[in-house]
Ligand binder design. Sequence first.
Ligand code: 9WN
Length: 427
Amino acid sequence: MEARPSVDDAALGREALSVLDANWTGAATVPAPGLYPHQWSLDSAFVTIGLARTNPERAKAELAGLLGGQWRTGMVPHILFRTAGGYFPGPSVWRSHEHAAAPRHVATSGLTQPPLQALAAWWIWRYATGREAADAFVRRLYPSLAAQHRYLETARDLGGAGLAAIVHPWESGMDDSPLWDEPLAALPAVRYAYHRELLPGRHSDNHHDRYVSLALGYRDSGYAPAYLRQEHPFAIEDPMFNGIWLASCEALAELAPVAGADPRPQREAAERIRTAMTARLWDPWDGLYYARDLRTGTPIPMASVGSFTPLVDPYVPTDRVWTLVTALESGRFMGAAGYPVPSIDIRAAQFDRSRYWRGPSWVNTNWLLRHAALGHGLVDLAQALTARTLRLVRQAGFRECFDPFDGSGRGCRDFSWSAALTLDLLA
Ligand code: 9WN
């Protein structure tokens, strides 16, 4: 465990703000200097939530800037290339400028990430002190957020049951999770020449080649929804992605009256997702939500932190909440690890305490589960998640992720969502 002098709440808050200042490009907050030198959509949504109370103007700029990169299809890209910083795959791989629906002023990727943006907009609105300005902000962003949800409903309901499918591990927000090992292994072996030195060193070459091949196949189809439906070899209904989408539909329904819009389509979408998650992703025997591989038509029966994130829906039935919380607090997750929440079941063969989404604990998933716990009135669980997450960053700093047993930092330093969500936990 790295030793750090103990810091009080005020000092921790100041440190978090200074990380976010250093990672601000003038137009967006990059996830971390060096490794991630552009704007990522999921990271930006968490940064927005974290800054909503301490620096609402920057929170608004972050979210509005991200939505400025939205495609005319409604798709919010997972990366907006904001700097000259090297990252692979960069603009020359995605070639967004060749696509008529992509924005002209910024190059973007062609994939998306979990749609947390409406929840982030609601976070700004609910904590705003100036009502008029907050309402005007919601009126400005509402059409983009509604278009994002429409895109998921139309272009991404590949299973036809009301859930959005991810078409690449990068879309999950948990890129190297063992959840994707089998679907990736089923893809043909390929080998590409590319700038391996620009890749984060977490994946095997084998996986990276498949990542690139999936991205190129989709790009070469012209990012066509028909290609995703009929040919693309990777399509998964993921509980974390869809749980976040459900929460964002409910948030958008709350914001609809502010924007003079009808909340019913968002409520209906939330209900469709809720019903489909129960029918397709909930495993009543194991008492967990599992991802579903649409290409094999079978669940991926691996317990991960994503198995619990559908709890962000306050309408999950009480008996299911207890089943899930029992598993979460068991020796498979929080019960054995001193520092919650391991990204994968500690007992799984693939569990690795120091490799990104293959074991370590993350501030963003802890925050989501804390938010979920509060929605269900589980105050003790929420307090445990808050206290232990703050202990992690106090001891190891704003690292990308953490060893769940000894709390030591993993991945890069000065990671934006770890800093931003610390601000929210301290508020
Ligand atoms: C690919 C930026 C992103 C996060 C994801 C995390 C990781 C990228 C990568 O970094 O993914 O998008 O290069 O591995 O998995 O959650 O948004 O922080």
